[in-house]
Design a protein around this ligand. Structure first.
Ligand SMILES: Nc1ncnc2c1ncn2[C@@H]1O[C@H](COP(=O)(O)OP(=O)(O)OP(=O)(O)O)[C@@H](O)[C@H]1O
Ligand code: SF4
Ligand SMILES: [Mg+2]
Length: 381
């Protein structure tokens, strides 16, 4: 142990600690170039997903109510692109992912994967190509791995399902390469899931998702169940593989600071609606949809030079079982009084194009949008 000068209770086991320049700024990670964005791979057109639930199940009542989890969801995603999907809990992010995966079927609208309509085809009726083309990385890696099968076996199983490889040896070799891809030692092939940490399990989940050459990967809050210390490494790994393979990544997240750093475009959802969609720069600078403005004001920023508008989003997101009339955001919107009459209370806002590729669903007049101030400002030094 070596004593650190100036503090009699501070010791270190590092031999070279005196040689380190502690004032040096941390070096930014070398980023792989973003994948070139190509053809439209996935197109959603007015997708609707309603669930019927017993209204008073607890008391044995027979009446049913409808939960409108997804309403008129429309967007497209291109090859090699990362589209982030953000919005509060319950706004319908996972619902759309489940319909896309075929774990649920749609109530209305279309999902086109390349030139195939898949919104009404449950996963068990999909052909192998479609199943391997759309894969998911789940939020909780603890639930998604089979606890009684080795890691290697689970990946080989995925390769068998996707018809990859000509022989068992071939698949074993491919499995080892997939472990390399997600930066796990090859010896992990013989481990059981319980012998892995959360971050390591999620790496296996990523290996499995990419095993069949997925074209579209939906990552539903892929790191939120992991320890903060491994979140960045797992996110970076996912991004590296996505870029290398030119995969379309739909990244569902609550964390707008991660979203800003990794996505090409951002889609903001509220009560089953797309309220804003644009490139990351468009969504992170004014004019915003009033809901996006409130979300941005809640992003924690450690940098003391940054001045942030404090916008309190009052109340909870309304129930999808009983959405308000008019604009879905009208019960919490601070801009509502700037719209003439009672339009916000009675009329669903149209989708408006603000600039190329940037749309919002809002009645606010153009001059109000033009004068909207940025939520986040960097103070002059
Ligand atoms: N199987 C179901 N039956 C009835 N209602 C459901 C079902 N699945 C989801 N819902 C409801 O649909 C709405 C959207 O849920 P969803 O899971 O898509 O939200 P989310 O945006 O993924 O939220 P979170 O960020 O908490 O994961 C919620 O009101 C939810 O209660
Ligand atoms: S339509 Fe009205 S209530 Fe809805 S977000 Fe715009 S201003 Fe707010
Ligand atoms: Mg969810």
């Amino acid at each position: 142990m070596d004593r650190v000068a100036g503090d009699d209770r501070h010791e270190t086991r590092c031999l070279k600690f005196r040689e380190i320049d502690w004032a040096a700024p941390p070096k930014a990670k070398v980023q792989r170039e973003k994948a070139p964005v190509g053809e439209v791979v996935l197109r959603l057109d007015n997708l609707k997903k309603y669930y019927e639930v017993a209204a008073n199940k607890m008391f044995g009542g027979g009446e049913t109510k409808v939960v409108k989890a997804n309403e008129t969801l429309s967007f497209e995603a291109r090859e090699g692109e990362t589209l982030a999907i953000v919005g509060e809990s319950g706004c319908g992010k996972s619902t759309f992912a489940k319909v896309l995966m075929g774990l649920e079927t749609a109530t209305g609208g279309n999902i086109m994967l390349f030139d195939e309509n898949i919104q009404n085809t449950p996963i068990e009726s999909r052909n192998v190509d479609t199943v391997s083309a759309v894969q998911m990385v789940f939020q909780n890696p603890f639930d998604t791995l089979n606890p009684s099968m080795t890691v290697g076996r689970q990946i080989v199983r995925a390769l068998e399902v996707f018809n990859i490889g000509d022989s068992d040896d071939d698949r074993k070799q491919r499995m080892l390469e997939l472990l390399d891809l997600v930066k796990l030692p090859r010896a992990f092939a013989d481990r059981m899931p319980r012998q892995l940490s959360g971050g390591q399990k999620q790496r296996v989940g990523i290996a499995r998702a990419f095993a069949g050459g997925a074209k579209v990967v939906v990552a539903d809050e892929p790191v939120s169940a992991l320890d903060v210390s491994v979140q960045a490494a797992v996110t970076d790994l996912l991004m590296d593989i996505q870029r290398e393979n030119g995969t379309t990544l739909l990244f569902i997240s609550h964390d707008l600071s991660i979203v800003r750093y990794l996505s090409d475009r951002v889609m903001v959802m509220y009560l089953g609606h797309v309220v804003e969609l644009g490139t990351t720069d468009q969504v992170f600078s004014p004019p915003y949809h009033p809901y996006t403005e409130a979300l941005l004001s809640a992003v924690p920023i450690a940098d003391t030079r940054v001045q942030k508008k404090h916008i309190v989003l009052e109340g909870e997101i309304p129930s999808a079982m009983n959405p308000p009339p008019g604009c879905p955001f009208q019960t919490r919107c601070r801009w509502k009084s700037k719209v003439g009459g009672n339009k916000c209370d009675t009329e669903m806002p149209p989708v408006r194009l603000l600039s190329a590729g940037h749309q919002i669903k809002c009645h606010l007049p153009d001059d109000e949008l033009k004068n909207m101030e940025p939520v986040i400002k960097i103070a002059a030094e």
